[in-house]
Design a protein around this ligand. Structure first.
Ligand code: SAH
Length: 214
């Protein structure tokens, strides 16, 4: 399913496509973005496409385990938790996760993650929001379990092109059989950009996400 109702602000300029493919943003650079407050990707309002396609994510189910890859401090985590779902996120920036709990006035506790050295799990005291502070590539289903749903906004599109296959393979292992995957991505004219739809190409045909274009 494709939704093009949102604006096209995320569409890449043609000249960017070639260099974009080689571009690597390091974890250190992400941490710096958070430190400097260069977080234009963070939105204070819940994403309109999540509201619009919530029924697709839930598919009539309640009490889901929902995964937020590369979660930042996405406000939708609180929103879904308040609806009775259990939310798990992963994010390299501890600052982002602490800001999430602070901005929603949610008490939380921290604990190390067995099996991932240096990683921490920040969990709301109520227990329904667990945020892992580590690289997503450190996770596995034996550590975080499997999920009934995934909200992928600003995640696959933020993954370095050279890591896309690894990301997709991991996501597949984290999904329950009937899970729903909502992917917010960008779209552009393949006639103008012969590389094809690089931002979601690796997903196509593998997990059949619901692709929402913004
Ligand atoms: N999904 C969020 C944030 C998108 S920006 C939102 O909708 O607001 C991408 C986020 O991924 C940044 O916060 C960055 O710090 C984090 N990140 C980048 N590489 C990562 C990795 N390998 N593992 C976990 N988080 C990562």
């Amino acid at each position: 399913m494709m939704d093009r109702s949102a604006d096209a602000s995320g569409v890449l300029a043609g000249s960017d496509v070639g260099s974009q493919k080689e571009r690597v943003v390091t974890e250190e650079e992400w941490l710096q973005k958070w430190e400097m407050g260069n977080i234009g990707f963070h939105k204070e309002q819940g994403h309109p496409l999540l509201q619009k396609y919530l029924h697709v994510l839930l598919n009539g189910r309640s009490g889901l385990r929902i995964f937020f890859p590369l979660c930042g401090k996405a406000v939708e985590m609180k929103w879904l938790a308040d609806m009775g779902h259990s939310v798990v996120g992963v994010e390299v920036s501890e600052q982002a996760l602490k800001e999430f709990f602070a901005e929603h006035s949610l008490p939380y506790c921290e604990e190390p993650v067995p099996g991932i050295s240096g990683a921490k799990k920040l969990q709301s005291t109520s227990g329904n929001i667990s945020l892992y502070c580590c690289s997503i590539y450190d996770l596995s289903s034996s550590i975080v379990g499997k999920f009934d749903g995934v909200w992928d906004r600003g995640a696959l599109v933020a993954v370095n092109p050279c890591d896309r296959q690894r990301y997709v393979s991991l996501m597949i292992t984290l999904m329950e059989k009937n899970s729903s995957y909502l992917l917010v991505t960008v779209s552009y004219d393949p006639n103008k950009h012969k590389d094809g739809p690089a931002h979601w190409g690796p997903m196509a045909g593998q997990v059949l996400p619901t692709v929402l274009c913004s």
